[in-house]
Write a protein that binds this ligand. Structure first.
Ligand code: GLA
Length: 379
């Protein structure tokens, strides 16, 4: 239970919980530090979750962003497997959504337009003529409130953001809570809970970029990926779904058995051409609303394996096609083309204009929920 209290009232040291020892075994912990200051002077805090089993996750309350995730390889050697920046300025100025929670709507809404209950809405347009990842100032560009766990040995933190009525064109006030928990089974669990005071749409997701080798000079082209999906939602050249559902059979989109990401990424294929690689939504098997394993990512060199479990209907697999060496990340490393990939668990892109897709409407009295788990192991 996260009864906790809102950060910012008491001195920071109060919030630091040391890793406690039980029977000589190091247990989980959560520690708060100052990450930096926003241009307007507000402090950004970083929460370091440790599970006592070799993993740590660092999260900042700007964008509810994962800034680092350290994971052991098959020899127990720990490395950070996500892209990020060294300083807050990187996150404030960045345009690649590194590690952030994106929303209200993860991915695209055609022309930023939709109708709800017969009313027409125009959202901010920030990706050509379309709306992407919540607009110009999405959930990734705002300071969230942190609510800390009441037990010192809990490696979790909850972040809360109240998005006002009309923000980026969306109707209604939305309150979204995202809870990050690092379990002793080497899982990073992300639980979302959202409510609204007027009918609106909500479809947030986590935008971490993974490279399981932990060496960001490498691309992810030799990672093996499995996606438990028989079909995708094909897109037009603006990456807006056509509304169809297309089988992956005999296409480069067939990840039903593990396949190297680089195996077909440069094939002559209209969908790959539109995405400049993989940047598509897979229609996940199994019942939405039930947490099930939907994807597996494996790096043979390090032995690191990541399973993705979610209750969402879709998975946007983005192969880092827009990375082009201009983003300078942690430790001064320039992030080159396809040095990392995103596996964004969510409802399908452009759902508000596609009544045949699973709904993203949120009404007063209802609660939006999502659970997504990134589970790490080695082989
Ligand atoms: C998502 C989109 C991509 C791109 C990235 C961010 O994955 O589908 O097209 O916008 O986010 O660069």
């Amino acid at each position: 239970m996260m009864r906790g209290f809102v950060l910012g009232i008491v001195a920071l040291s109060v919030f630091s919980t040391e890793a406690c020892k039980t029977n000589g075994k190091v247990q989980s912990s959560m520690k708060t530090t100052v990450f930096g200051k926003l241009p307007d002077g507000r402090e950004v805090h970083q929460y370091t979750l440790s599970n006592g089993a070799g993993m740590t996750a660092q999260i900042i309350n700007y964008g509810a962003t994962i800034t680092s995730l350290t994971v052991p390889d098959r020899n127990g050697k720990v490395a950070d497997v996500v892209l990020g920046y060294d300083t807050i300025d990187g996150y404030v100025n960045g345009t690649a959504y590194l590690g952030a929670i994106v929303g209200r709507y993860g991915n695209r809404i055609g022309k930023g337009q939709f109708q709800l209950d017969g009313k027409q809405y125009q959202l901010a347009v920030n990706d050509g003529e379309n709306h992407l990842h919540g607009g110009k100032t999405g959930f990734n560009k705002v300071l969230w409130e942190a609510i800390l766990p009441d037990s010192s040995s809990q490696s979790s933190v909850q972040l809360r953001y109240v998005s006002r009525d009309g923000e980026e064109g969306y109707p209604g006030t939305v309150t979204l809570k995202v809870t990050y928990t690092l379990t002793d089974k080497n899982e990073l669990r992300v639980d979302y809970e959202g409510t609204a005071d007027r009918p609106t749409i909500l479809n947030p997701t986590q935008h971490s970029y993974f490279n399981l080798s932990g060496a960001f000079g490498n691309t992810i082209l030799d990672h093996l990926l499995m996606i438990d999906a028989d079909s995708i939602t094909p897109v037009d050249k603006g990456l807006i779904p056509t509304g169809q559902v297309a089988s992956v059979e005999k296409t480069p989109m067939d990840f039903r058995t593990p396949m190297a990401i680089g195996a077909h990424i440069d094939d002559q294929d209209e969908q790959l051409a539109f995405g400049r690689g993989y940047d598509h939504n897979w229609v996940l098997k199994g019942a939405p609303g039930q947490v099930r394993k939907v994807a597996e990512l494996y790096d043979a060199a390090s032995g690191r394996m990541m399973s993705v479990l979610t209750d969402q209907p879709g998975l946007q697999f983005y192969s880092g096609n827009f990375l082009d060496g201009t983003v300078i990340g942690k430790n001064g490393i320039a992030y080159q083309h396809r040095t990392a990939l995103c596996l964004e668990t969510q409802a399908f892109p452009d759902t508000p204009n596609k009544p045949q897709f699973p709904s993203v409407t949120l009404r007063p009295g209802q609660t939006y929920r999502q659970t997504t788990i990134y589970q790490f192991s080695t082989r």
